[in-house]
Design a protein around this ligand. Structure first.
Ligand code: S3P
Length: 439
């Protein structure tokens, strides 16, 4: 068990951070590269070499794809065609990664071979029925523990030549992982497949499908994919910086006195920028500069300076646009003036840990009585006197975003974090960057 001590940052955070590659786009770049026409390569730059994305690399290799590391953050994938994946000889290990598991279930549904997935303790607790149900409606045969809802999961073979069935599916929740699994399975269906979300979640899969020559139609929160025989994946994918990683610096730079940070190459896909809207609404001093396009996604640099924050109210429509940022937004809210309410965020209960409960339990050690949990959200009473904050010993619950959010809070009050090395899941150099910016 690693315990990380986070000390109070006395003179602000200063410097420039090149934001590491986007986790969602990194996963997809490898998966799409594999589905490319046989022998065609995809060159990926700014690839996020974190534990989660390496789970996808491992799974794709087990399925017969060539994935080479050329240099740090630079990968080369050689396609084996949409129908070229091979039966794995061992269990596919998705590690901690929901994206690997859920998207790959969509890619492996209705194949003429058997594949079995396993994962770590956290992933084994997370709900998978949300993907198995729609894929089963398409004719895939998938079995798992607890009435086909938990790992380990086996995708059974279909008869050779048999196609998945076209469906229109109303998703009960906004989820890019569920949507992507259905769209990826839809590539091999016998007709167009439509998914409808309550609110639009991140659209990286749709963008990459479109860029690979697949016919995609969008109408409000519905997406339709047309089946295809082949993908022409872009030969170069420059992964944008992950706004979910930038989020820690957006909040840290805002709440730590005398800070000024320049975050470069941040992905600004509008399905992901809820954090920028929320923080601006709270009074954060953010300047967005140098907007440009990279790898089919908008990116920009963001200058953040310390500001006095005020409370906000986040309701269900914005949640999918900042789903992974709620723990660190909760840090901003704890140090803002007034009471912040977050509703419609029940999905946080089924992330790497129950993040609503984790925030309530850990934040109340630092600021007793300031955070109340509701079934689907949080009520956070801002702390006006920072000297009252307690330097507590906190748990990460092995959840990377909880660990990093607590570290940001620790820059204000000092604290220790148990199992702190789980940041490797999405941001391996997080603590080094924090140290560099505090000097
Ligand atoms: C992701 C989708 C989101 C997000 C996760 C990455 C993706 O999950 O929380 O970190 O890459 O599609 P849900 O689909 O469960 O909301």
């Amino acid at each position: 068990m690693t315990v990380k001590m986070i000390s109070v940052v006395k003179n602000g955070l200063h410097g420039t951070v090149k934001i590491p590659g986007d986790k969602s786009v990194s996963h997809r770049s490898i998966m799409f590269g594999a589905m490319n026409e046989s022998g065609k390569t995809v060159h990926i730059t700014n690839f996020l070499e974190s534990a989660d994305c390496l789970s996808t690399v491992g799974v794709m290799r087990s399925l017969g794809t060539k994935v080479e590391k050329l240099s740090d953050g630079e990968m080369m994938v050689t396609g084996i065609g949409l129908n070229g994946l091979k039966e794995p000889s061992t269990v596919l290990d998705a590690g901690n990664s929901g994206t690997t598991l859920r998207l790959m279930m969509g890619m492996l549904a209705g194949r003429p071979f058997l594949s079995t997935f396993a994962g770590d303790a956290s992933l084994s607790r997370r709900p998978m029925g949300r993907v198995i149900v729609p894929l089963s409606k398409m004719g895939a045969r998938i079995v798992g523990r607890e009435k086909n809802s938990r790992l380990p999961i086996t995708v059974l073979p279909c008869d050779d030549g048999e196609k998945l069935k076209a469906i229109t599916y109303d998703m009960p929740m906004a989820s890019a992982q569920v949507k992507s699994a259905i769209l990826l399975a839809g590539l091999r269906a016998d007709g167009p497949v439509t998914v409808i979300e309550p609110y639009t979640s991140r659209d990286h899969t749709e963008r990459l499908l479109s860029a690979s020559g697949v016919k995609i139609e969008k109408s409000r929160t519905a997406v339709t994919v047309y089946p295809t025989e082949r993908l022409d994946v872009p030969t170069e994918i420059a992964v944008p910086g992950d706004i979910s990683s930038a989020a820690f610096w957006l909040v840290a730079g805002s709440i730590i006195e005398n800070s000024e940070l320049l975050l470069t190459g941040v992905g600004m896909n509008e399905t992901r920028t809820g954090i920028v809207d929320a923080l601006k609404n709270m009074g954060a001093d953010l300047t967005i500069k140098n907007k440009r396009i990279s790898g089919g996604e908008p990116i920009a640099d963001i200058l953040v300076r310390t500001a006095k924050l005020k409370a906000t109210c986040l309701t269900e429509e914005i949640i999918p646009r900042l789903i992974d940022e709620i723990p660190v937004i909760a840090v901003a809210a704890l140090l803002a003036e007034g009471t912040t309410t977050i509703t419609g965020a029940g999905e946080l209960r089924v992330k790497e840990t129950d993040r609503l409960q984790a925030i309530v339990d850990e934040f109340n050690k630092i600021a007793p009585g300031h955070v109340d949990g509701t079934e689907e959200g949080l009520i956070i009473h801002g702390v006006t006197d920072r000297s009252k904050l307690i330097s507590a010993h906190c748990k990460s619950y092995d959840d990377h975003r909880m660990a990093m959010s607590l570290a940001v809070l620790g820059c204000v009050c000092g604290l220790s974090i148990e199992n702190a090395d789980c940041v490797n899941i999405s941001y391996p150099v997080f603590y080094d960057t924090l140290e560099m910016l505090s000097k």
